[in-house]
Design a protein around this ligand. Sequence first.
Ligand code: PMP
Length: 364
Amino acid sequence: SQDRVFNFAAGPATLPENVLRKAQSELYDWRGCGMSVMEMSHRGKEFLSIIQKAEADLRTLLDIPEEYAVLFLQGGATTQFAAIPLNLVNPDDPVDYLVTGSWGDKAFKEAQKYSKAKVIWSGKSEKYTKIPSFDALEQSPDAKYLHICANETIHGVEFKDYPTPKNPNGVLIADMSSNFCSKPVDVSKFGVIYAGAQKNVGPAGVTIVIIRKDLIGNVQGVTPVMLDYKIQSENNSLYNTPPCFCIYMCGLVFEDLLEQGGLKEVEKKNKKKAEILYNAIDESNGFYRCPVEKSVRSLMNVPFTLEKSELEAEFIKEAAKEKMVQLKGHRSVGGMRASIYNAMPLAGVEKLEAFMKDFQVRHA
Ligand code: PMP
């Protein structure tokens, strides 16, 4: 609409306009029950129908096998950095971390408190611009799991396929916070997938965990009850009061993604959007640069710099004047970053592309 900006923020991020309008229309009185979703009991039949539909639609979208539980939790993906080792291993167990950016590094640092976590590869010395070849990885033979961050939000590095744990009894675990539901994923390859909702599927406040059921139930004794997957799954994510409104919003997004034709269709749109921006960068004769190796560039977060870095503040300011906001790169890396999650319309990306070209003509 006229008033809305194109919001390129990394998260919380833009939501689909039709989802916002639907939520608005249902805000005051949810489907004739006389109250809003924010006011209803989380144990009443209305909210139960909301959470059950959200789970069912997510299962359809990602084709989640029956042997996996779906949990709607709180505390952000950051809480899962601790919950994963606390639930899956003992303090003396070896676990492997493949670190392709700052989020993977944070996950590793937290896991060190609750396991014998090891970094088997880090892209830090190359400023997190690569993913190694999987054959060359020196995985610990007895690691209980291998952890990856499927899409590094700050550095724009995304796995296009996935490594297999060397230990036949080990499992692959992925933080998919910033590319959750952006493309089809073979869930059966993973022991656990987790994601904060606030990038691709809803507001901040709910974190989704998809976990193979046989991995549940070996929690370390010190684990807080809220972090115990067994308690959460036995109670269908209703052990305590869940983030009801956030779950409702995710449900609306899942419905919208299904209406778009599911994740294959969504992926096509995301590829097209990303291609437009990466082409604009690569065809700028070095005016714009993206440091990430081409084969692992993220479809969700496009980081770029200006050859004349002194112009970056001007770029961000002028773009904001044209209603394209939140293009500043993360404070740890600088430059610019365009986050183009599912809900970023093609029109927003095309507008940014046109602006980039025009800015270059004026400042080359
Ligand atoms: N992992 C990734 C890949 C992220 O992008 C973020 C948030 N930017 C986090 C983890 C942390 O998520 P939260 O703020 O929900 O704890």
